[in-house]
Design a protein around this ligand. Structure first.
Ligand code: MG
Length: 398
């Protein structure tokens, strides 16, 4: 295949450069994912000239259309509710920051962990989990909708950037990290990528780190955004051990500060505690299982983990957020509106696919619902609202 793909732009290999490829892996632990040992891409390409294979993946993700859309996709608060709340873009950047800190300490591949972190939410629908649940319901008869699989579809098929292939043609290890969960049914259809779900094996440490960094990021920024929005109060948070201990420590160290500054001093302490605990417990697990290679990591039980005490504290914070923020009546109202929009769009397009932009229309009736799901999943919050108005509100905006 490679001889027919000479049109792939840039990164032509030169003999002088080839020596540097292995150099990108210098200093990595033996159990890290080594870019020079990648299981490769779906379509063979010449190796990159001045960066590692995983750096190339990260760069392709940053330059993708789906990545830019994350700026206008909801985390908890819909984009137009305020300029300072997290979006999926800032969330993804925070995940990457946390994951890289952990990866560097454990001498595993920072470039891979960054690529996985930046890509992990590319398949999210507009309006966060409410949007995903609604689309999943709409797709029930047609194979369902799951944002992990959608993220994979974005990088494998949907991005239109390169002459030689659809998608971003990322390395196996990056795709493996993006596919966090997967049903056995889907796993059977995914070939080597689905294998681990059938065999009960783990992904790389880099994928495991990105997964927990995701939780650390959203637990903390949702507390911060919840307070900023006024939906949560400091008084309520007193019941959360992890919060209260650090809140008191921050006040003891800086008795004169209050408001946003005190919240931030508390949140940064929580994030730091979680990161340090994750590094320490994972180091203990590495010593216990002593993996000598990435294959050993895949065969071992999950290695990246919090200590028992901190895991319980983090779980309590998560439960608090479910009760008090994600189920807050104002968040529920937005979620309800989001469901209506997603379902309304899906029904209108299913009833008459001619309403779809031509790129999503297909003469194959059986695959039409999936095309509609791809179209809706790709929408930003505000694009979905606009499209809804265009379809359902009688005005001169067509
Ligand atoms: Mg996430």
């Amino acid at each position: 295949m490679s001889d027919t793909r000479s049109d792939i732009r840039g990164d032509a290999q030169t003999p002088r450069m080839s020596a540097t490829l292995a150099a990108f892996d210098a200093g990595l632990a033996p159990y890290a994912a080594h870019a020079s040992q990648t299981r490769g891409r779906r379509f063979a390409e010449p190796p990159p000239a001045a960066r590692s294979e995983f750096q190339r993946d990260r760069d392709r993700i940053v330059h993708s259309t789906a990545f830019r859309r994350l700026e206008y996709k909801t985390q908890v608060f819909v984009n137009h509710e305020g300029d300072l709340f997290r979006t999926r873009l800032t969330h993804s950047l925070e995940v990457a920051q946390i994951a890289r800190s952990v990866a560097r300490n454990l001498r595993v591949n920072e470039d891979l962990v960054e690529a996985i972190s930046l890509a992990h939410d590319l398949g999210h629908t507009p309006f966060g989990h409410a949007g995903q649940d609604a689309l999943n319901e709409c797709m029930r008869e047609h194979g369902g909708f799951e944002h992990n699989l959608q993220s994979l579809a974005v990088v494998d098929e949907l991005e239109e950037h390169y002459g030689a292939f659809d998608g971003l043609n990322l390395c196996f290890e990056t795709r493996e990290g993006i596919l966090k969960h997967c049903s056995r049914e889907h796993a059977r259809r995914l070939g080597d990528l689905g294998e681990r779900f059938l065999l009960g094996r783990q992904p790389s440490l880099e994928a495991q780190i990105a997964n927990i960094a995701d939780e650390i990021a959203y637990n903390n920024h949702d507390v911060d955004d919840g307070l900023r929005s006024g939906l949560l109060t400091i008084e309520q948070l007193a019941e959360v051990e992890l919060w209260q201990a650090h809140y008191e420590a921050a006040r003891a160290e800086y008795p004169h500060i209050e408001g946003r500054r005190l919240v931030h001093e508390t949140v940064r302490r929580i994030i730091n505690t979680l990161i340090v605990d994750l590094i320490e417990e994972t180091s203990r697990n590495l010593a216990r299982h002593a993996p000598q290679s990435l294959d050993d990591v895949r065969a071992a039980p999950p290695i990246v983990a919090h200590s028992e005490g901190v895991a319980e504290q983090a779980a309590a914070l998560k439960r608090f957020l479910y009760r008090n923020l994600y189920r807050h009546y104002r968040v529920m109202r937005m979620a309800n509106k989001a469901r209506r929009v997603v379902k309304g769009l899906f029904e209108a397009f299913s009833d008459d696919p001619r309403l779809l932009p031509p790129a999503y229309q297909t003469p194959d009736e059986a695959s039409q619902p999936r095309q509609i799901a791809h179209y809706i999943a790709g929408m930003t919050d505000r694009y979905a609202l606009k499209e809804y108005r265009r379809l359902f509100v009688v005005s001169d905006d067509v």
